[in-house]
Design a protein around this ligand. Structure first.
Ligand code: NAD
Length: 477
């Protein structure tokens, strides 16, 4: 059985202890991943510390060239990586091919270019000049989740490296495959030993060892709000820089004047892409009452037509959920919604996919109506192929409902009324708003959430600010 090793100091290091890795579509173990602890994190920090002076002193163009080479190599092996991501995570291979791997390539290219455009401020006054140095921080920790494994890992690693830091990264123990393959690619492309280190293992072991390590001065984390709270509690008193990208319960607000022909396919996509396992998914659909019934019929017709199937089949729309535990969590959330008085209009059960996927963790795309806005299904992240739909009567009510959760990551607004779109966008308590579109990403824009969706922003110059330390130098002229 294949074994996925740590990548520390340019070496692939096996482990004395291993974790089974499951293929979600079959429910079977298909490889094992190294189980790292504090000692592997210590070794990784030492390697990263040793590599830091030479890497940070390299010209930005040289760092950019290495990242661009890695991007090219990844592009030349796009199909192989897409298949690996699909097998490991359960997502349709078509999605990994069109979204996950292309976006990972884009992350690398974007930050390779950004490294060469890095700038800093200066402030002049009579007889005085201040200028700001933006210097790399040193060794940084990057901890990523299982839903978009390589996409989110590279979203952190690429800017960290581009701006001169060295990295100790920990991918999710549920989806370690593409991170390991990516480390091989980095080694082949001439990334110097120790610049990127990958320690595999459980969050409570390898992950917390990164969070608690005194020499790691910044942590970029994407994952659940509960883990984010632990990281803030632990790393806060150590005064580490923190970027915490956490959960969401994102509203999709549909006004009566929306262009439904254009909107419906996108709203279905927002609810069910990647089995609903995207922090940005629009899982709470708010619909103006005058079009509620019409919207519900058309929406449900489209949802019922989604094909749940083997992730490796090209025509599959909805693949398997990432783990058995998550599968049970999603099914329990549906049962709780039923008990809370919800009416299941589509789906509501485990889905059966015959053949090699007979034991896989599939859930039917599910639409629930009739729930109170305060019940758990409307308040808590389910992170599966489940959406709820609620009516509203006025702009004020839509905004109140949208803001009535503890999360504040993203929202989408569907209307042809430009004034209303701008007004509502400004009043939503969240970090990202899409108008008449969803999950359209320009990597220059600030990305992140408010409230329990986290602190800090990533992307563009926000990532530059996060992965560098500003130092003001004041000169008397
Ligand atoms: P998780 O918090 O369980 O795990 C995320 C990562 O943190 C994994 O690598 C895990 O091993 C590690 N980890 C777990 N406990 C840790 C600890 N005590 N110390 C250090 N590291 C630890 O989250 P998940 O279940 O993998 O991911 C799903 C969650 O991620 C959802 O809530 C989703 O909304 C969120 N998410 C947010 C964004 C965003 O950009 N805001 C993007 C994707 C996913």
């Amino acid at each position: 059985m294949e074994q996925l090793c740590h990548y520390i100091g340019g070496e692939f290091l096996p482990s004395t202890d291993w974790i089974d890795v499951y293929e979600p579509a079959t429910g079977s173990v298909y490889c094992r991943v190294a189980r790292g602890t504090m000692s592997e994190v210590e070794a990784a920090v030492e390697a990263a510390t040793n590599a830091f002076p030479a890497w940070s002193e390299r010209a930005a163009a040289e760092r950019a060239a290495v990242l661009a080479r890695i991007a090219d190599a990844l592009e030349s092996r796009l199909d192989e990586f897409a298949r690996a991501e699909s097998q490991d995570q359960g997502k349709p291979v078509s999605l990994a091919r069109s979204l996950d791997i292309p976006r990972s390539i884009a992350n690398l290219r974007f930050f390779a270019a950004a490294a060469m455009h890095a700038w800093s401020e200066s402030h002049t006054a009579p007889a005085m000049l201040n200028y700001t140095l933006r210097q790399p921080i040193g060794v940084v920790g990057c901890i990523s989740p299982w839903n978009l494994p390589l996409y989110l890992l590279t979203w952190k690693i690429a800017p960290a490296l581009a701006f001169g830091n060295t990295v100790v990264a920990k991918p999710s123990e549920l989806t370690p495959l593409t991170a390991t393959k990516f480390a091989e690619l980095c080694a082949e492309c001439g990334l110097p030993a120790g610049v990127l280190n990958i320690v595999h293992g459980y969050g409570s072991e390898a992950g917390s060892a990164i969070v608690e390590h005194r020499s790691i001065r910044a942590i970029s984390f994407t994952g659940s709000t509960a883990t984010g709270q632990y990281i803030a509690r632990t790393a806060g008193p150590m005064f580490k820089k923190l970027s915490l990208e956490l959960g969401g319960k994102n509203p999709t607000i549909v006004f009566a004047d929306a262009d439904l022909d254009d909107a419906l396919p996108q709203i279905v996509r927002a609810g069910f892409l990647n089995q609903g396992e995207i922090c940005l998914c629009g899982s709470r659909i708010l619909v103006e009452r005058s079009i509620f019934d019409r919207f519900l019929d058309s929406f449900c017709e489209r949802v019922a037509a989604l094909k749940v199937g083997d992730p490796l089949d090209d025509d599959t729309d909805v693949g398997a959920l990432v783990s058995q535990a998550h599968y049970h969590k999603v099914l329990t959330a549906i049962e709780n919604a039923r008990a809370d008085g919800g009416r299941i209009v589509v789906g509501g059960s485990a889905a059966r996919v015959p053949g090699r996927c007979a034991n896989g963790w599939f859930v039917e795309p599910t639409v629930i109506v009739g729930l109170d806005a305060t019940c758990s299904a409307n308040q808590e992240e389910i992170f599966g192929p489940v959406v709820t739909i609620l009516p509203f009567d006025s702009d004020d009510e839509a905004i109140t409902l949208a803001n009535s959760v503890r999360y504040g990551l993203a929202a989408s607004i569907w209307t042809q009324n430009l004034r209303r779109a701008h007004t509502v966008a400004a009043r939503l308590a969240c970090g990202v708003v899409w108008i008449n579109c969803w999950m359209v990403r320009d990597l220059r824009t600030p990305f992140g959430g408010t409230k329990d969706s986290g602190i800090g922003r990533e992307g563009g110059w926000e990532a530059y600010r996060f992965f560098t330390e500003p130092k003001n130098v004041c000169i008397k002229l």
